[in-house]
Design a protein around this ligand. Sequence first.
Ligand SMILES: Nc1nc2c(c(=O)[nH]1)N[C@H]1C(S)=C(S)[C@@H](COP(=O)(O)O)O[C@H]1N2
Ligand SMILES: [Mo]
Length: 227
Amino acid sequence: MKNLPPGQKESAIFPRFGLTQYANRFPKEIDKVRISIGGDLEAFEITEDLNLLPRTNQVSDFHCVTTWSKLNLNWSGYKFNDFYNTLILPKVSQEISFVVFKAQDGYKTSLPLIDLMQQNVLLADQLDNQPLTLAHGAPIRIVAPDHYGYKNIKHINHIAFYTEKQRVKKGLLNFMDHPRARVAYEERVSKGPNIIFRWLYKFTIKNTIKTFEKSAAAYRAKLQAKK
Ligand SMILES: Nc1nc2c(c(=O)[nH]1)N[C@H]1C(S)=C(S)[C@@H](COP(=O)(O)O)O[C@H]1N2
Ligand SMILES: [Mo]
């Protein structure tokens, strides 16, 4: 058996998950990637340019901060490292250290550039050899296996690159958002004893899954009715 990171338990399923305030928000554009680039460089847009990058497949584990882990997920996409070096770096004139992401559902997150440049961080557009679904981040998401799920932003439509750390107002309460959120160091929350949060979060899992399933079912029914 695999050793799981501290405080994590294996999950049999890979649920659609997140903060319940996002359960009822869905991306409008799920077929085409369109990412606006901004921050401390001249703004531009990325669409088909991603196809210039080598495709990478990766099997990795996914760790939600609420303690469930789904092992051996089969992702495909582009290394963030290649993305940065090929498409962003040529446009950069000052040293970048901090990255802010925004998604089509209004979700935001951020990470230091150095964490994103690890070889196992992907801009993923496929899971199990299929395009990402609404549930798991269509059309493109971050996969950062060494960081808790909440840094693995889905439905990305904006990435901003900064020389300095930024304050990002997030849906998350501030204490909940650790600036790095590394799983191996159990950086679950930025303040307070992380071990207590294992227990507090654990009790929210079932309800969160239910809430996300319900709203996805309602959304699918609505789409179906439109056809
Ligand atoms: N756009 C967006 N990305 C998001 C979230 C969200 O609500 N919206 N939730 C985060 C959290 S807390 C987790 S655990 C993972 C869940 O990914 P999954 O739905 O593919 O299981 O997505 C993360 N990325
Ligand atoms: Mo999560």
